[in-house]
Design a protein around this ligand. Structure first.
Ligand SMILES: CC(C)(COP(=O)(O)OP(=O)(O)OC[C@H]1O[C@@H](n2cnc3c(N)ncnc32)[C@H](O)[C@@H]1OP(=O)(O)O)[C@@H](O)C(=O)NCCC(=O)NCCS
Length: 168
């Protein structure tokens, strides 16, 4: 578990489907993914998070407001195989009712140092070219834009690729 000034972050566990469902079934929150997630897909999501936890030491985390306990998002890491190597894939989803209040940057502001403290040297992020909120989040977290590429699993044909190196 990690804490930030306004959030409690807990690693995703089976049973968290019911909390993820509140925002990942929502077309507005999930607009950039092509379509919202079904309840059944959320079990895979949690399984991928646990795979990342086994590989990197940290996976995805449920974000809850300290003040109310309300779940407001899901941030953290997956494993992404790219150009023949497994990469730390950083990601962020915040319920649209809570956008632009700094929650994504606050959550990753705790998760990225925790990742680097485990000895990882870099994190990667990718998002649809027109997902301005997401690439602004990458910028706010000091990721550097390193490329543009095609990514079939998401409907948009151009993806921006970002990398953040661990502090020296
Ligand atoms: C991307 C997302 C996680 C950002 O969450 P958030 O909690 O609203 O982000 P923050 O409030 O921490 O904002 C981070 C930065 O992005 C900017 N930003 C956020 N949303 C923005 C938008 N829609 N347009 C322009 N800038 C935006 C903020 O101003 C801030 O920049 P600043 O520090 O320079 O002011 C949220 O919009 C989201 O969940 N989107 C849908 C899911 C998604 O597409 N996730 C990414 C998949 S790759």
């Amino acid at each position: 578990m990690l804490e930030t000034p306004r959030l409690i972050l807990t690693p995703l566990r089976p049973g968290d489907e019911r909390w993820l469902w509140r925002f990942m079934s929502e077309p507005r929150t999930m607009w950039a993914w092509g379509q919202p997630r079904s309840y059944a897909q959320l079990s895979d999501w949690i399984a991928w998070s646990r795979e990342a936890e086994a590989t990197w030491g940290l996976g995805r985390h449920l974000l809850r407001l300290k003040a109310t306990g309300e779940p407001v998002g899901d941030c953290g890491f997956f494993v992404w195989e790219w150009q023949g190597r497994d990469r730390v894939d950083a990601g962020w989803i915040v319920d649209h009712r809570h956008w632009r209040q700094g929650y994504a940057t606050e959550a990753l502001g705790a998760l990225l140092p925790a990742l680097f403290a485990r000895g990882h040297r870099e994190a990667w992020a990718k998002m649809a070219w027109n997902n301005v909120g997401s690439w602004r989040t990458a910028e706010a977290l000091d990721f550097e834009r390193v490329g543009v590429f095609r990514y079939e699993p998401i409907r948009w044909d151009r993806m921006l690729l970002w990398r953040l190196d661990a502090p020296r």
